[in-house]
Structures are given as structure tokens and as C-alpha cells.
Design a protein around this ligand. Structure first.
Ligand code: THU
Length: 162
């Protein structure tokens, strides 16, 4: 028997002003994306913004449904829009933010497992990493360099890939 440890690296910033200008702008796009959040059930708005290699920005927001499982997270709303419309323009970064009037959000919100799985799929598809910028409005920001840091034991079997 051997024991192993995996170390993951990520960056912590005290607030938005410490980020590069492009990353600050992407976080603001994620904030704007929340305007179109449809979240009457959770009252929890989530915004996501993708920056593509060309510089194009794609926004997504959570879209809920009275049949709860039919809703979709902000990240996948943006990611599937990318997959359906811009699949050859690689995703460089995704910024994610959240807001609710119900309580104070004091830490960055991290993507759910299903969104991470979709991010991992698209990293494989485009053969490059996707930086994840998690922005707590008025608070700290985390930057994670790729999905492997979230899912080091990601399911992958190369013989299933095309
Ligand atoms: N939500 C997201 O949009 N992204 C996440 O990564 C986690 C959760 C949404 C789903 C639902 O509309 C609301 O937040 C509350 O769970």
C-alpha cells in the first residue's frame, strides 16, 4: 500500500482591482449576465462569461423551471451556447459570479460538478485549458488554471474518444 497526495494550485486575490484588466472586464461581463438570470425559485442569480481566443465574450445565466430539474446553471448555459455556435474559437477563460437579495455572499461561488464535467469535456475538445475566475462581488476572487485542479480523478478513457 502507498499513500499519495495531490496538491492543487490556485490564486487568491483580495478584490477585483488586483486582477489583470481583461480578467476584470470578464468578471464585469459575468455580473451583467445576471440581468437575464431566470431564478424565481431559488432567488439566487448566477452569471457566467466566457472569453474566447478571438476576444469574443459569451454570457450565460441560470435558467430555472417550475419543473426544477429542467433548469440549467449559468456556466452550462454559456458553455452549450459556445459549443453550438463557436466551437472552433477556443475558450480561454470563464468568469462566474452570483448574487442574492436573501443573504450576503462572502466567498466566490464554485461551479457544480455537472458544470465542471462539461468544462472538462470542452477542454478535451479544444485541446487547451480553460481558466476559471470565481468572483465574489465586493470581495475575493479565485483563479484556477484548469479543470484538472477541480477534478484530478476526472473520468477519461481515451478509447471512447473520437
Ligand atoms: N447554479 C448555477 O447557475 N451555477 C452553479 O455552479 C451552481 C448553481 C444555479 C442553479 C440554480 O438556478 C441556483 O444556482 C441555485 O442552486
Amino acid at each position: 500500500m502507498t499513500k499519495q497526495e495531490i496538491t492543487i494550485a490556485f490564486e487568491n486575490y483580495n478584490d477585483l482591482s488586483e486582477l489583470e484588466k481583461d480578467d476584470q472586464a470578464l468578471c464585469r461581463e459575468a455580473v451583467k449576465a445576471m440581468d437575464n438570470s431566470h431564478s424565481p425559485y431559488s432567488k439566487f442569480k448566477v452569471g457566467a462569461a466566457l472569453r474566447l481566443h478571438s476576444g469574443k465574450i459569451i454570457r450565460g445565466s441560470n435558467q430555472e423551471n417550475v419543473a426544477y430539474p429542467s433548469g440549467l446553471c449559468a456556466e452550462r448555459t454559456a458553455l452549450f451556447h459556445w459549443g453550438a455556435n463557436y466551437p472552433t474559437d477556443a475558450i480561454e477563460s470563464i468568469a462566474v459570479t452570483a448574487h442574492t437579495d436573501e443573504f450576503m455572499i462572502e466567498q466566490p461561488v464554485t461551479p457544480c460538478g455537472s458544470c465542471l464535467q462539461v468544462l472538462a469535456e470542452y477542454e478535451k475538445k479544444q485541446n487547451s485549458r480553460i481558466r476559471v475566475i470565481l468572483y465574489c462581488i465586493g470581495g475575493p476572487v479565485m483563479i484556477i488554471g484548469g479543470i484538472e485542479s477541480f477534478l484530478p480523478f476526472l473520468f477519461f478513457e481515451h478509447r471512447l474518444s473520437v
